[in-house]
Design a protein around this ligand. Structure first.
Ligand code: UDP
Length: 419
């Protein structure tokens, strides 16, 4: 396994974002972790949401004085092919693992478990299915509490895959799921099951404050006229994100509010043919309406530009038909821009309808709420401010750190009681 080195962070820089109560709670749990060591184990250090989150969380926890290392397993392409299949199967795709695939999976885990012999951690947090079977080869006398962190929606998996993984998951002292709904009801993990939502880092480039003027200058580079209202959706080009529905809603708004513009901002992976197909589909739907701007990382959209669009928009839409959590919602609310979200999955945790944003089920409802927000700047400001406050309390990386520390603490206490 490879030990990942990280850009340091300073916990003190985050204090302005948190309440005194949270600070007290954090300090209490930090004291409880004195002398304890944690290892996070995952499949990759770059690319994907899990890696992005760990790059924020681990240096933050380290700067609190809690020792936390990040290890990444070593694997060959054939192993990652199997784990990709597992990932899809755990989300419900049909199929099964062949004997050969199971052997590939276990061989790689056994190889990586070789590192465990020299380790001395109090907590092992293992992320997702790739390294889940490491626990099978824990050394004799290992005193670590093993926690499995699942970032996947395993609520209705292909049971073949879940039953296979369950052989290992059941050996963990605790699990962490993103939402309560993600737990497989037919065969839930038998030990302590906890829930931690994703979070955003207020000091990451994507979320740091930008002057309005700077944000406008950035979006203007993409053809947006900054003296006219702007609605945006920031997301992959994927049917579940419903960019076509966003265009339809925009067209309704446009009839009553001709000055409005729409930006669809999405990141594209070079090796994702489905994403490209859907981008072309979206472009066809946009047709020759030049007030619709479709921009991607191939036009130079990076974290800074995402930040700028989130700040410069009058209304943000995340019209997902299905959504795990929907980080773009938290990001948008954090910029104090009003957000209209599809009434789905984790968006419902972030948007309380009419209070911290609006939840919509249809194109018509989406258009209606956009019009309300564009016509009522005061209401828009109130909703946006309530949204930002909700994110501050519940969805910042400091809350994530607190949730982890709290879980470690309850496992330590459990051990003391058992003794
Ligand atoms: N994102 C980005 N560039 C884009 C579009 C999206 O960096 O052009 C980011 C977005 O800011 C968010 C993440 O990709 O941090 C998407 O996470 P979300 O949970 O909303 O959806 P997912 O793509 O994981 O389904």
């Amino acid at each position: 396994m490879e030990l990942i080195s990280l850009q340091p962070k300073n916990y003190r820089d985050y204090l302005p974002f948190i309440d005194e109560d949270t600070e007290d709670d954090l300090e209490f749990f930090i004291r409880g972790m004195k002398g304890k060591r944690v290892a996070m184990v995952s499949a990759t250090a770059y690319g994907g949401g899990v890696a992005e989150k760990l790059h924020s969380l681990i240096p933050l926890i380290n700067s609190m004085g809690v020792e936390m290392d990040w290890w990444v397993i070593k694997g060959e392409l054939d192993f990652f092919k199997v784990t990709k299949k597992m990932h899809n199967g755990l989300q419900g795709e049909p199929g099964f693992l062949t004997e050969e695939e199971i052997a590939t999976y276990l061989k790689c885990n056994r190889f990586n478990a070789g590192w465990l012999k020299n380790w001395d951690y109090d907590f092992m947090v293992v992320h997702d299915p790739q390294p889940a079977a490491l626990i099978e080869d824990r050394p004799a006398g290992d005193r670590a509490h093993w926690i499995w962190r699942c970032h996947i929606d395993t609520s209705s998996p292909n049971q073949e895959y879940w039953s296979f993984l369950y052989r290992y998951i059941k050996q963990y002292s605790a699990t962490i799921f993103t939402l309560e709904d993600y737990i497989n009801r037919e065969l839930p993990p038998p030990n302590l099951n906890t829930f931690i939502t994703p979070s955003i880092d207020p000091l990451a480039l994507k979320n740091i404050p930008l002057e309005e003027e700077e944000a406008l200058k950035i979006v203007a580079r993409y053809g947006v006229e900054t003296d006219r209202p702007l609605i945006s959706q920031i997301s992959r080009f994927d049917p579940w994100k419903d960019p076509l529905g966003v265009i339809e809603a925009y067209k309704i708004v446009k009839k009553e509010f001709p000055a409005v513009q729409l930006a669809l901002v999405g990141s594209m992976a070079a090796d994702d043919p489905e994403g490209w197909d859907y981008l072309y589909h979206t472009l066809r739907r946009a047709g020759d309406d030049y007030d619709i701007k479709v921009v991607t990382n191939f036009n130079g959209v990076t974290d800074l530009e995402v930040n700028a669009f989130q700040i410069a928009s009058d209304v943000l839409i995340q019209k997902s038909l299905r959504e795990g959590f929907g980080l773009t919602v938290a990001e948008g609310l954090w910029k104090e821009t009003p957000v209209i979200g599809g009434n789905a999955g984790g968006i419902r945790l972030q948007i309380e309808d009419g209070v911290t944003g609006f939840l919509v089920d249809t194109v018509e409802e989406c258009a209606e709420k956009a019009l309300i927000l564009l016509r009522n700047p005061l209401l828009a400001r109130q909703v946006a401010a309530a949204g930002k406050e909700k994110v501050r309390r519940q969805f910042l990386v400091t809350k994530n750190a607190l949730d982890y520390l709290q879980l470690f603490f309850s496992l330590l206490r459990q051990t003391t009681v058992e003794k």
